[in-house]
Design a protein around this ligand. Structure first.
Ligand code: FES
Length: 221
């Protein structure tokens, strides 16, 4: 039996996002492909190439369009991409942001709050957040555990939808949930063209151009 977690309405589910980091249960054998699911997946993929290296991108495509990944969509995607179902499931269950909905499970509520329960956040109060947030946020918000979000220096870290909350408190998370802004705030950044225009990758470019592979830059004669 894998991890069990609350889905915000008191129901218990067999897996939670990211559980594939720990184990990879197989699909039930003999499952029949649902033509409607196949049609839906084909519509979403359109003319995109059915190459296996696009698997994660296509999982995002389905999740963004439908809000979660139903098991029949995963099976249809596997069929469409000529991949084993187990491979599609393992990739989808590895990443915390993919919400797999197994047969018989209710669709998750529209808002999901993920609480990091890895070491730094655990030490900074994640367990208490996991206890208190479901009651504070109500049945329309799902609260689940999640693996490290790379914000260990600002623990405990929480994600409301795709918006990170650092040094999270119950009140702070409540405020962000109620505000409705659940998308990431992308900071201003230098794009590739601007970086190149300022001399970025100049040494790499020269290394590739020179016969000695840029040895003089490394002090190699
Ligand atoms: S341990 Fe929580 S963000 Fe890293």
């Amino acid at each position: 039996m894998s991890e069990v977690t609350s889905n915000g309405n008191g129901a218990r589910r067999r897996i939670h996002p990211g559980s594939g980091r720990r184990r990879a249960p197989a699909f039930p054998k003999g499952r029949q492909l649902d033509p409607a699911a196949l049609s839906a997946v084909r519509d979403l993929l359109g003319a995109r190439p059915r190459q296996r290296d696009f698997l994660i991108e296509y999982l995002h495509l389905i999740q963004d369009a439908e809000g979660f990944l139903k098991a029949d969509r995963l099976q249809a995607l596997a069929e469409e991409m000529r991949l084993p179902m187990a491979e599609v499931y393992e990739v989808a269950s590895f990443y915390a942001h993919f919400d797999i909905v197994l047969d018989g499970e209710a669709d998750p509520p529209p808002v999901t709050v993920r609480v990091c329960d890895s070491l730094s956040c655990e030490m900074a109060g994640a367990r208490k957040l996991l206890e208190d947030l479901p009651g504070a946020l109500g049945a329309d918000v799902r609260v689940v555990r999640a693996p490290c979000m790379g914000r260990c220096d600002r623990a405990p870290a929480v994600e409301v939808g795709h918006r990170h909350v650092e040094t999270a408190t119950v009140e702070g998370v409540e405020h962000i949930v109620a505000g409705g802004h659940h998308h990431p705030d992308v900071p201003a950044y230098q794009d590739l063209e601007a970086y190149r225009a300022e001399g970025g990758y100049a040494v790499l470019t020269e290394c590739r151009r020179t016969p000695d592979g840029g040895g003089r830059h490394r002090g190699v004669e």
